[in-house]
Design a protein around this ligand. Structure first.
Ligand code: GLV
Length: 303
C-alpha cells in the first residue's frame, strides 16, 4: 500500500516529514510512504493519503485514492479545498493523546479563570498586591459547547474537578438560556457553516455579567469585534483564545496586548505522532482490507 504523507506538519508541533513518517512506519511497516513530489511522479500508485491541511490541489489527480486520513481533528480547512476529490472518504483524527491534552488545557483555563490567576498575573505586571475573594469549584458553572470526543473529555475532566458542568451541542436546543446560566464557556464545537460566527454580540449579551470565554475550537466561531466590545465594556471578564481567524495571529492584532485576553499559539492540544500513527494505521488497514472506517466525515454535516 502506498500512502501520500503531506501538509503543514510543522503546525502539529512535530515539525518534520521524517518524524511523522517514522511514527507511521512504526505503526504500519508494510506501507510505503510518499511525499508530495514522489506522489506527483507516480500518481497512479497512491492508495491513500495522510494529511495535515495540505496545500489546495495536493490530492487531485490520484486515480486510486481511497481514503484521506486527516492528522487534524478539525477538518474545516481540508474540506474548504474545492479540489478535494469527491467521493473519497475523509476521516478526522481522533487521537487519545490529543483528547487528553485538550481536557488538560480546558482544566487549566477554567481553573485559572475560577481562581483569578490571570488577574493575579496582570497585577504582578502592574506591581500591585491585592487578593480577591475565593470561590469553590462547585460554585462555578461551566458550559462546554460541543459534545464530540474533545468536548466530552473536557466536560468529564472539569466535572471530576468539582465544577458545575453542562454540555451543549447543536441539536436544536436553545443556546441563550444555557449561556445565561454559565460563568465560563468553553468552546469545542467543530467549525461548520452553522457554527461560524456563533460567538457574537448576542451570545455575549446572553451571558451573566463577568463571564469568561475559553475558545479552543476555531477562530471563526468568534466575531472578534463583538468579543473585543464585550471585553472592553467589562461585560466579559476574560477570554482565553487558542485559535484565531488568521494564524499566526497578526502582529498588532488587539488580542496580543489586551489585558483581558490570554493568547495561545494554537497549542491547546497537538496531534501526537506516536498515538495518531496507530489511529491512522487502523484506518489505512481497514481501507486496504475493505473493513469499516472510523471517524468518517459525514457529507452535509461538515465534520
Ligand atoms: C487542531 O486544531 C486540530 O484540528 O487538530
Amino acid at each position: 500500500m502506498k500512502v501520500l504523507l503531506c501538509g503543514d506538519l510543522a503546525a502539529t508541533g512535530w515539525d518534520t516529514w521524517q518524524v511523522w513518517q517514522r511514527a507511521l512506519a512504526a505503526a504500519m511497516p508494510e506501507a510505503q510512504w510518499l511525499d508530495l513530489a514522489q506522489a506527483r511522479r507516480e500518481p497512479a500508485d497512491v492508495d491513500a493519503a495522510v494529511v495535515a491541511n495540505p496545500p489546495p490541489g495536493s490530492l487531485q489527480g490520484l486515480p486510486k485514492l481511497r481514503l484521506v486520513q486527516s492528522l487534524w481533528a478539525g477538518v474545516d480547512r481540508l474540506l474548504a479545498d474545492a479540489t478535494l476529490p469527491a467521493g473519497v472518504p475523509v476521516a478526522r483524527m481522533v487521537d487519545p493523546a490529543m483528547t487528553a491534552a485538550m481536557a488538560e488545557t480546558a482544566l487549566w483555563a477554567v481553573l485559572s479563570l475560577h481562581r483569578g490567576f490571570f488577574a493575579y498575573a496582570q497585577r504582578q505586571r502592574e506591581g500591585r498586591w491585592r487578593v480577591h475573594a475565593q470561590r469553590r469549584a462547585d460554585e462555578v458553572r461551566v458550559l462546554v459547547l460541543g459534545q464530540g470526543e474533545m468536548g466530552r473529555a473536557a466536560a468529564a475532566r472539569l466535572a471530576a474537578q468539582g465544577y458545575a458542568v453542562q454540555g451543549w451541542r447543536r441539536d436544536g436546543s436553545a443556546l441563550a438560556p444555557r449561556l445565561a446560566a454559565a460563568d465560563i464557556v468553553v468552546n469545542l464545537l467543530p467549525l461548520t457553516p452553522a457554527t461560524t460566527g456563533l460567538l457574537d454580540a448576542g451570545c455575549f449579551a446572553a451571558l451573566p455579567p463577568q463571564a469568561a470565554l475559553v475558545n479552543l475550537g476555531r477562530g471563526a466561531h468568534v466575531v472578534d469585534a463583538d468579543l473585543l466590545a464585550a471585553l472592553d465594556s467589562g461585560r466579559l471578564r476574560h477570554a482565553v483564545l487558542d485559535v484565531f481567524h488568521e494564524e499566526p495571529l497578526p502582529a498588532g492584532h488587539p488580542f496580543w496586548q489586551h489585558p483581558r485576553v490570554t493568547v495561545l499559539p494554537h497549542a491547546a492540544a497537538q496531534t501526537d505522532p506516536r498515538s495518531a500513527a496507530v489511529v491512522a494505521a487502523l484506518n489505512l488497514r481497514a481501507v486496504r482490507d475493505g473493513a469499516p472506517l472510523r471517524h468518517l466525515v459525514e457529507a452535509g454535516r461538515g465534520y
